[in-house]
Every structure is written in C-alpha cells, then in structure tokens.
Design a protein around this ligand. Structure first.
Ligand code: E4P
Length: 227
C-alpha cells in the first residue's frame, strides 16, 4: 500500500518524509487554505521537498469539465511528472476525467462517498478514486466497509483504477484497509505518527538503552565499542 501525507504544511512534510517511507503528498483546496499561503508557492515547495516524479495530488477548482481540464493543465505544467489532478466525482468531473485520460494527464476522482461514484470515476478512466473514510463514518455509515466494497467493484470489473483512501482519523481505519489490500492511503501527519505511538514500544526501546548503558557505560554505542 502506498502511504501519502494528506497535508500542505511544508515543515510537517519535510519531517515526515525524513522519517517515514512516504510515497507522496495529497492536497485539496481546504488543506491549501489552512496554510494561508499562495498555492503556487506551497505546491512548488512541496514538489521540491518530495522530489521530481513522486506523487503529488492537487485539485482542480472549477465545476465545469472544460474549466477542470484547464486547471489540470496548469497544475501539471507547474508540478511536472508524478502529478495527479483531483477532480470531484460529479457528472462534470466524469467528463473531465475522460478528457484528461485522452490528454495523458493522471486524474483522481475525489469527494467519493458512495461506491457508485467510484465506479463511474473509474469507468471514466480515473487513475485513482478517493473515498472519504471518516466523513462516511460521521454520516452514520461504515467508511471502511464502503472502501472495501469499492475495492471489490474495481477488482470484479477489472477497472484499472487504484483506491486512494482518504479522510482517516485513526490507525484502526488504516490498518483494516491495509490488510484488505487497497492500493494507497493518504493520512494527516498526526494519524501517521499514531501508527507507532504506543507506550509498549517506547518502554521496550527505553529498556534496551538502559540495559546497554548498564553494560557498557552511559551514552556508549556499538560504534564506540566495536571501533
Ligand atoms: C483527501 O484527499 C481528502 O480531501 C481529505 O482526506 C479529507 O479529509 P478530512 O475529512 O479530514 O477533511
């Protein structure tokens, strides 16, 4: 499963890319708005941090297909290879996805709340579909179950589209879908950090440090001892 950062805070993106095996970054208009910065400047900086060719998702703003395609061309021109244009999974979006496919621009059907939205985006030729797990949970439905059903539909109908599950709020949601075999997940920095936030892990690591210090001396490492 590809793991992406669902954020546009460049300090956080730099920190997470340094520590974790990250495959890319996803943004949407609300995520960009949170930075309070010029979108062109932020997206260019993110591309610089993750490097050329890595996955970077940015969303088209217009609600008509022609406008979406115009935005998509501008996004790809700015951010280059590895850029995926997010398009809302609405009727004009399905039309835009077909047009983007013809132009060879990678697309993601986003704002997916139902399996049939994902089906239409995939059938139109989207490279990714992005269902919103936690937002679906908040509506009283089973977000993880909806994503599993989407994955089943894509497999059953041999649609060459990858699930990019989004809107996660906890590790359990990510774990269940990782075990189910979805292609990619995008998570906020706090959700990724929480994968390994566990007193048992910290306790075990602390024990190893204390035990070795007792044996070899405070602060000593293998490199110190083995030369
Ligand atoms: C991602 O592409 C979605 O826009 C995002 O994950 C939504 O997350 P939220 O429900 O936390 O806003």
């Amino acid at each position: 499963m590809k793991l992406l950062i669902d954020d546009a805070n460049v300090q956080e993106i730099r920190r997470l890319c340094d520590l974790y095996p990250i495959d890319g970054v996803t943004t949407n208009p609300s995520i960009l708005a949170k930075t309070g910065r010029d979108p062109k400047e932020v997206l260019t900086e993110i591309r610089g941090i993750i490097g050329p060719g890595k996955l970077l998702f940015a969303q088209a703003i217009p609600l008509d297909a022609e406008g979406m395609v115009r935005d998509a061309r501008a996004i790809v021109k700015l951010l280059g290879e590895g850029t995926v244009v997010k398009v809302p999974s609405i009727p004009e979006g399905f039309k835009a996805i077909r047009m983007l496919r013809e132009e060879g621009i990678l697309s993601c059907g986003t704002v997916v709340y139902t399996p049939l939205q994902a089906y239409l985006a995939a059938k139109a030729g989207a490279d990714y579909v992005a269902p919103y797990v936690n937002r679906i949970d908040n509506m009283g439905f089973d977000g993880v179950g909806v994503v599993e059903q989407i994955q089943d539909i894509l497999t059953l109908h041999q649609l060459d589209t990858q699930v990019l599950a989004a809107s996660f709020k906890n590790s359990q949601q990510v774990l269940t879908l990782c075990a189910y075999g979805i292609g990619s997940a995008t998570c906020a920095p706090a959700v990724i950090d929480a994968f390994v936030k566990n007193p048992a892990i910290d306790g075990a690591v602390g024990d190893f440090i204390r035990d070795f210090a007792g044996l070899a001396g405070e602060g000593k490492t293998m490199a110190d001892l083995l030369g």
